[in-house]
Ligand binder design. Structure first.
Ligand SMILES: Nc1ncnc2c1ncn2[C@@H]1O[C@H](COP(=O)(O)OP(=O)(O)O)[C@@H](O)[C@H]1O
Ligand SMILES: [Mg+2]
Length: 387
């Protein structure tokens, strides 16, 4: 089973460098490893000082690099759907290139990237895949895509969760809109079932874990806390964090204030993230680029630890508890508070919203008709009583 490690964090904190470092160590230890960048800003090539293409390229024993190109991915995975959407746009009077542009639906980017991951995981092409992603907001969009996509598909089409088949007789043709032919339906169904695979692969904490990269400054720390909350809400397993760019004691008087505040924030991080593995990585005196320096960086991060191991206990993201008298839902959402949280039951689904991120959980039969009443936070867990 392919082990997938995804790095996320604020822009500039060191995701690309640490992804590269992690991949290098895995490859060196004999794991066939792919480092895949989903960030359109593709700095993986700069980290390695190498030209990298949109297909995996072997750069060392056991080590492959790939920078996904969304246009390539769309060509590879979505040609039919895109053709239909383009003809749909044209039928509505949208001309030429504009029709093609609009037919590139929001989410195509995310979906295309995920389809590569799915393919590699299913074909078992690599032992380890390290994902270097775009800054936090973008990677959250990527990770929330499969669920959001399934949700929309189930409402746009009478699609069956079990068989991924669209029940076509129920579809009414709209006036003047081209009726999609069988190949379009087949391509939608295929996409739906592929996204369900992706959901399964990425939310399986025995093979996919997320690692947070953070710098010891207030902005990065706050962003990391929010990201952690959302990731857990989506059911992802976060097993480690790297605190990067720590100034060392010998870094001179100029950085004195910085060192003081870094130390304080590191302490706060360790208090706040006590349940996951925390690595500390100093700021080095030169830019860590090229295989040699990145490998050194990897050694500094992991020491004797094997990067592909799962580095902390993973708890289920949501638990349903039924006692004699009461019914509870327990969710791990540290750092959330009641002000930014809303909950409701919408036809048998529990809708949880924290800030702008929403997750829908199917409620078990015993709770399908109940509503959330009180919600209490207890040690990073939200305990919802259903009545
Ligand atoms: N520990 C470190 N010491 C010194 N420079 C670092 C360290 N980690 C990252 N960098 C540098 O910081 C910059 C941003 O790192 P990068 O890995 O591209 O971050 P991200 O992918 O999160 O945007 C790069 O120039 C990188 O070489
Ligand atoms: Mg980067």
């Amino acid at each position: 089973m392919t082990r997938i490690i995804l790095f996320t964090g604020k822009g500039g904190v060191g995701k690309t460098s640490i992804s590269a470092a992690t991949g290098l160590i895995c490859a060196k230890e004999g794991k066939k490893t792919l480092i895949i960048s989903t960030d359109p800003a593709h700095s993986l090539r700069d980290a390695f000082n190498l030209e990298i293409g949109s297909e995996p390229k072997k750069i060392a024993e056991n080590l492959y690099l790939q920078e996904i190109s969304v246009t390539e991915a769309i060509k590879k995975y979505w040609e039919k759907l895109k053709l239909y959407l383009t003809s749909l746009m044209r039928s509505q009077g949208v001309e030429g290139i504009a029709a093609e542009e609009i037919a590139t639906l929001p989410g195509f980017d995310e979906a295309s990237q995920l389809l590569y991951i799915r393919q590699y995981a299913i074909e078992n092409t690599y032992d380890v895949i390290v994902m270097d992603t775009a800054p936090t907001g973008e990677s959250l969009k990527l990770l929330s895509f499969p669920e959001a996509f399934s949700w929309y598909m189930e409402r746009l089409f009478p699609i069956s969760r079990k068989t991924a088949k669209i029940m076509r007789p129920f579809m009414k043709p709209l006036l003047g809109v081209p009726i999609p032919d069988d190949t379009v339906f087949a391509s939608i169904e295929e996409l739906y079932s592929q996204m369900r695979d992706v959901e399964e692969i990425l939310s399986d904490g025995t093979r996919t874990t997320i690692r947070l990269v953070c710098n010891p400054d207030t902005m990065s720390f706050n962003e990391t806390k929010r990201a952690y909350t959302y990731l857990l809400m989506y059911g992802y397993s976060v097993d480690a964090m790297v605190i990067n760019k720590i100034f060392q004691d010998d870094s001179g008087d100029f950085l004195l204030k910085w060192r003081k505040s870094q130390n304080q924030i590191i302490e706060e991080i360790e208090d706040a993230f006590g349940d996951i593995k925390i690595f500390r990585l100093p700021m080095s005196d030169e830019e860590p680029t090229g295989i040699k320096k990145l490998e050194n960086m990897g050694k500094k991060v992991y020491g004797d630890i094997k990067p592909w191991e799962i580095l902390s206990d993973i708890e289920p993201p949501i638990e349903f508890e039924v006692t004699d008298k009461k019914k509870y839902i327990k969710m791990k959402v540290p750092f959330a508070n009641k002000q930014n949280l809303t909950l409701h039951n919408r036809g048998g689904e529990l809708v949880v919203q924290i800030d702008n991120w929403r997750r829908v959980f199917f409620l078990p039969q015993s709770m399908a008709d109940l509503n959330p009443s009180t919600a209490e936070f207890n040690k990073g867990k939200l305990i919802i009583e259903m009545i």
